[in-house]
Design a protein. Structure first.
Length: 470
């Protein structure tokens, strides 16, 4: 194709394509208010679509790929909102992508020359076509879907390799969204370690990078799933220090949601005494009176008390304090996750009293609440409630039902060592599996625990659900 240029007396020569992009941006922002921004985005999308259909706008492969990325991005933005996050997939149609999202995926696959039929979660290959924006968007558009997330593995590998020697901290972080969803937890740890190092360089020069709390929260969460105790603790400690210096900085998780990641990581590793000691440490006091932080503080202390002292009365006091904080203070944004905290601690208290039916009903309610949440990473709650319900079913002698729930959890969080261990033990307890099947499950759990700090098998045993400390 030929390139057409337009010249004016007071501006440099611009191409027809550049003129089209300027016009698209003008349509996106001209006379647009917060109330009408969706209309602006729709006009922007339509203008880009018109450009893509007009071959005379193209200036070569690289610029064509930019246009593919811009259009895909415009479509994706129109399928997001602050309340529900990504709305890319139709849950009422077997989780299939909405038609416009399917088109956006095709644009990105054209940009990256994706071979969707030969992708695998363990692939270490790199993308034949490197385009950071297309790789970034392809990770986001596939990550909410169990069926599609594996298609982005090669894009994630390529982006990780390209960003490694830069200080593009968000691009260094982005591959971990795919790695976390396909069970490559140690690779997610490595990506966020690199991103945090770049974040640190910005912060050391009094510049706020994009989402440093997000990178740290992700780093700690991935390390928990990988069994890397010390890494998870260090990331959570650094996250607290960040919130202490920047308590009001927007992020996900922000200070209110993430302050007690320090404690929830210790719940996952069974370090209950540290949680109780944290309550006596002046450094553990949040810099703001965040209501949800208070809820999570009572939840973690209540679970730790049940695990260490077996004092149901003391845990009940924490539960009542949690409920009081919920009833008066918690922001609407955190009511759903506070409800899970309430039901989970309530279930643990009822179990400790021997009220097993009540405990099971409460944890089942918590699971249904969590299952209805919009997709986000890292998750708002520190563990899947399905793993806790499966654990309680196993403790109550209902091994076959436990197996089904552990298997369901592994579909959503593949190769996670907590549910692999639970599945192995539930299968063993069921008495229906042969020795070869049990050995296979054990080996799968051991493989998932290869990055655990202590390599002895006894020390690697995870606390599948800390609510029922057993």
């Amino acid at each position: 194709t030929t390139t057409t240029t337009t010249t004016t007396t007071d501006s440099p020569t611009i191409s027809r394509k550049e003129h089209g992009l300027i016009r698209a941006m003008w349509l996106r922002y001209h006379n647009v208010t917060a109330a009408t921004q969706t209309v602006g985005y729709q006009r922007y999308r339509d203008a880009l679509q018109e450009m893509l259909r007009d071959d005379s706008n193209h200036m070569g492969d690289d610029d064509d790929k930019d246009l593919l990325a811009f259009l895909a991005d415009a479509i994706m933005i129109l399928h997001c909102d602050d309340e529900h996050g990504y709305q890319f997939y139709d849950n009422e149609n077997d989780g299939e992508p909405f038609p416009e999202i399917q088109y956006a995926m095709q644009l990105l696959e054209q940009c990256l020359e994706v071979d969707t039929e030969n992708e695998s979660a363990t692939s270490q290959s790199l993308q034949p076509q490197q385009h950071p924006l297309c790789q970034h968007l392809y990770i986001h558009i596939t990550e909410p879907s169990n069926a599609h997330v594996g298609q982005a593995v090669t894009a994630a590998n390529g982006l990780a390799a390209a960003a490694r020697t830069t200080q593009a901290q968000h691009l260094q972080h982005m591959p971990s969204h795919t790695y976390l969803r396909v069970g490559r937890y140690h690779d997610a740890v490595a990506a966020n370690r690199e991103a945090h190092a770049s974040d640190r360089a910005f912060l050391d020069h009094d510049r706020m990078p994009y989402g440093p709390g997000h990178d740290l929260g992700f780093w700690s969460h991935a390390a928990v799933l990988s069994g890397e105790r010390r890494v998870a603790y260090d990331a959570a400690e650094t996250l607290r220090a960040h919130y202490r210096r920047h308590p009001d900085e927007p992020d996900y998780p922000n200070g209110e949601l993430g302050w007690h990641i320090w404690r929830t990581t210790r719940l996952r590793f069974g370090d209950m005494e540290e949680i109780l000691q944290d309550d006596e440490n002046v450094e553990s006091i949040p810099p703001r009176l965040w209501p949800y932080t208070q809820v999570l503080g009572h939840y973690t202390k209540g679970i730790a008390l049940l695990a260490t002292t077996k004092e149901t009365a003391a845990a009940q006091e924490e539960l009542e304090a949690l409920q009081q904080a919920m009833s008066t203070n918690v922001d609407d944004r955190y009511r759903a996750v506070a409800a899970v905290a309430n039901a989970s601690l309530s279930s643990a208290v009822e179990y400790s009293r021997g009220n097993h039916d009540a405990a099971l009903k409460l944890i089942h309610m918590a699971r249904w609440e969590q299952d209805g949440w919009a997709y986000t990473e890292p998750p708002a709650w520190h563990m899947t409630v399905a793993g806790c319900e499966a654990t309680l079913l196993l403790l109550l002698g209902r091994a076959k039902e436990s197996i089904e729930l552990f298997q369901q959890d592994l579909e959503n969080i593949p190769e996670n060592r907590f549910s692999l261990y639970g599945l192995w033990k539930a299968t063993e307890e069921s008495g229906v599996a042969d020795l070869a099947t049990l050995e296979k499950l054990r080996n799968q759990w051991m493989e998932a625990s290869q990055w655990a700090d202590d390599k002895s098998e006894l020390s690697m045993v995870p606390h599948v659900c800390p609510l029922y400390y057993n």
